[in-house]
Design a protein around this ligand. Structure first.
Ligand code: CP
Length: 292
């Protein structure tokens, strides 16, 4: 794999290779990089999970991580993203992990650069490493994707996770459903009431309302949004045996999910974050091996 940009471009075989390698890392396997590689993480939008997880994963596979603080870089003097990446490439960087507010920012980096690009989130576009860790979480739970009923609920239109997950899960044979207010369904066919989805889903994935992308609770208060679209204590009781709760996080407790459910028995929310480490080790190993 040369770059990881979007889940449209990752085949089911490549997905399964990454999931299986993540499982090996989780079981204690050692990385297989035979020379020194240099990596930089360029986060132009805030991140807690993805940035930390990539940094630890890069170190665990043996890469050297070069600190890059976007808030103290020459981007603030007007340097373009292309010029920034070309500049650090001159220092011998092999791969850059980038989060940027612009959808498909990576398109302007595909010509003229010799550095691997790992997309850590492009605007409201995609979030492939989150998608792969979500897939790993589901696969560990059910041992398959075929026929697994997944309901993604919340701010679908602004969510790069929803897009990446929908593409990947459908490729793998899962049945994906969406529940959200009409104005947030974006390109997807969504239902606007929970109805039977709460009882029939194997996975209920909640999404945060993305105020930073101008999502607004049109006609809702946080309380009335929670009552209509959130995972309430009453709804959790209707979920079927063995069904799990997921959320890419960060969470708005009491909005898309009742605070008491964040760490309940069904919740895999913190497990997703732990799974992210193994998935990102597998991604970085593949990407860096692809440099040889
Ligand atoms: N899920 C996710 O991308 O979290 P961060 O924004 O904290 O990286």
């Amino acid at each position: 794999m040369k770059n990881l940009l979007s889940m449209d471009e990752v085949s089911t075989e490549e997905i399964m290779t990454i999931l299986n390698r993540a499982a090996e890392f989780e079981a204690g396997a050692q990385p297989q990089l035979e020379k020194e590689y240099f990596v930089a993480n360029l986060f132009f939008e805030p991140s807690t999970r993805t940035k930390t997880s990539f940094e630890v994963a890069e170190r665990r596979v043996g890469a050297t991580v070069i600190p890059f603080d976007t808030g103290f870089s020459s981007v603030l003097k007007g340097e373009t993203l292309y010029d920034t990446v070309k500049t650090i490439q001159q220092s011998g960087i092999d791969a850059v992990v980038i989060r940027h507010k612009q959808d498909a920012y990576y398109e302007e980096l595909l010509e003229g650069l010799d550095v691997a690009i790992v997309n850590a989130g492009d605007g409201a576009g995609q979030h492939p490493s989150q998608s792969l860790l979500d897939l790993y979480t589901i696969y560990k739970e059910f041992g398959r994707f075929e026929g697994v009923q997944v309901t993604i609920a919340g701010d679908i239109s602004h969510s790069r996770v929803a897009k990446s997950d929908a593409i990947a899960l459908e490729k793998l044979g899962a049945d994906v459903h969406f529940v959200c207010p009409p104005e947030w369904q974006g390109e997807f066919n969504a239902q606007h009431e929970w109805d039977q989805q709460i009882e029939t889903s194997d996975v209920i994935m909640l999404l945060r309302v993305q105020h930073e992308r101008d999502a607004a609770y049109e006609g809702f208060t946080t309380e009335s949004y929670h009552a209509k679209y959130g995972l309430t204590v009453e709804r959790e009781k209707q979920m079927k045996d063995g069904a799990i709760i997921m959320h890419p996080a960060p969470i708005n407790r009491g909005v898309e999910i009742d605070s008491s459910l964040v760490e309940c028995e069904r919740s895999r929310i913190f497990a997703q974050m732990k799974n992210g480490l193994y998935i990102r080790m597998a991604i970085m190993e593949q990407i860096l091996k692809g440099r040889d």
